[in-house]
Design a protein around this ligand. Structure first.
Ligand SMILES: [Zn+2]
Length: 179
């Protein structure tokens, strides 16, 4: 997105709003710092999400965004990170070039992105999204994540993982949900 003031090509998204036919973004130019607004129209075909029970519904960016934002609530993520994540997922979906996409695939794409970004958000999203049948499978997911994290060096930007604390919270909300 070219800066209208200096022609710079790199900008940071400070705010984005969904419109009926696209997205309105407030941007800040990385070269000169000027702020400008862009309207990006969704020119691609409509995508239908096929749910687990076979129902189809039109892909809704806001709905996806709400789920991701909930998972990222109060996580120390830089401004614009979530929008970028949603952009990435949406771009991948359009890239597939399919009219119908299973909801499980969308969930997997989101989880791939969240895993790189923030482990707590990842676990939260996974617990809602995967609808873990029981707490054991949720615990397994956390354990896998922890052992994977132990093997790879964690970037400094990644907040420390507190699986036991987060797991405790999830267990409580899970049990509430079952009553
Ligand atoms: Zn500029």
């Amino acid at each position: 997105m070219k800066c209208p003031y200096c022609g710079g090509l790199e900008s940071r998204v400070i705010d984005s709003r969904s419109l009926d036919d696209g997205v309105r973004r407030r941007r800040s130019c990385l070269a000169c710092g000027a702020r400008f607004t862009t309207y990006e129209r969704v020119q691609s075909h409509n995508i239908f999400v096929v749910k687990k029970d076979g129902r189809r519904e039109k892909f809704n960016r806001d709905k996806l965004s709400a789920g991701i934002r909930k998972a990222c609530e109060k996580r120390p993520l830089p401004t614009g990170t979530i929008d970028k994540l949603i952009d990435n997922v949406e771009a991948e979906l359009h890239h597939l070039g399919k009219t119908e996409i299973p909801s499980s695939l969308i969930g997997d794409l989101v989880m791939q992105q969240l895993e790189k970004l923030d482990h707590i958000a990842y676990i939260r999203f996974a617990s809602v999204y995967r609808e873990f049948a029981d707490i054991t499978s949720l615990k397994q997911e956390v354990d896998t994540l922890v052992s994977r994290e132990a093997k790879t060096s964690v970037p400094a930007s990644q907040a420390p993982l507190l699986p036991s604390e987060e797991l405790g919270t999830l267990v409580k909300s899970h049990q509430r949900g079952q009553k």
